[in-house]
Design a protein around this ligand. Sequence first.
Ligand SMILES: *Cc1c(COP(=O)(O)O)cnc(C)c1O
Length: 427
Amino acid sequence: MNYYSLHHKSPNTTFKNAVVEGLAKDRGIYFPENITPLSKDFIDNISDYSNHEIAFEVIKQFVGNEIPTDILKEIIAETVSFDFPVVKVDDNIATLELFHGPTMAFKDVGAKFMAKCLEYFNRDNRDEVTVLVATSGDTGGAVANGFLGAKGVNVVILYPSGKVSDIQEKQLTTLGQNITALEVDGVFDDCQDMVKTAFLDEEISRTLTSANSINVARWLPQMFYFFFAYKELHKQHKDLVFSVPSGNFGNICAGIMAQKLGLPIKHFVASTNVNDTVPNYLEDGVYTPKPSKATISNAMDVGNPSNFIRIRELFNNDLETLKSAFSSYSFTDDETRATMKKIYENSGYIADPHGAVGYLGLKKHGLKENEFGVFLETAHPVKFLDVVEETLPVKVEIPEQIKKVIDNKKVAIKAASYEDLKAYLMK
Ligand SMILES: *Cc1c(COP(=O)(O)O)cnc(C)c1O
């Protein structure tokens, strides 16, 4: 499968190059040249397939013959190595829990898939590649875990000192091996700027790649769990409405891709916190990126969502078509906390702040008689322990995955400026 840059100034390229480069030379993000719907027979009989078989059917056209079938199947088995339960919280609403992976965030899926593809593509190359990522929390841990031990791949993670939770910090600073954490004296945007500068720096950019959701190998496998949810829910014979707590809009964009492949999803709701660039765009048709604002659902504090351009492409850049299948609403921290309480009081379910924003989106959109709503739970409540325990009368039990890292020793290199990062990378 070939991919084109959404800036339309770089030549089309292979899956391999799209994965290895991350971003096209013209700074555009990649998009597949063709999207061929899966057979109706497959969708109708989805219950007959295992999750691994479903994932293979879903991804194979996007990889083409660039990874041999047996290896692609192994990559899928390593990626889809945990459960994706659908848990009912209301009569007509359930949550799709995406947090049963190694770092308890949905990003585990994309990070593992990308790591394994990159490892495969770099197998005969004597030059190591360096994956450089900035994180405001969840990405770092998922990338560290996904890439741990990948041959020929080094990972450098920049995170803002004192601005990620203790658990998140442990997840990205304690693994060792090919993973290095750089603790930046600054905020997330400073980390992001350092990464961007590195990619433009010709002395070092040649061996760098990114592991953000702009990378097609991180973005596309996120389609899998929309199919898994459909497999669970289709017997109800209701129209499905998905609400996705959104920051960079990679997850929801994968859901829309799943719909393009023929998955019967009636409507998408992109639920955001007060970082409301997309809700505003749907209102007035003008896309105005803004600086990000800090919220309690901080994995979605994004003022210029990098995947939104892919969503526009999926709807042929037509606002009216987009609006017929896609809504987006923004919610405050107060609304989010009140909703965490309401969900807990009604059903005993502990939603993390991101999941609660997703639930709010379904409520605001409103569900009709024959509709069933699914909101994505993108992280385990333990990842946002302070907010959850302040808001709800609960003590969150620490899961095994977290217990394993919490007592490990943090190892991080301090970085105050781009020069520090560059010096480290040149070494
Ligand atoms: C990354 C993240 C999001 C946002 O996902 P996007 O694909 O960037 O829209 C939502 N919730 C959590 C917990 C996350 O880590």
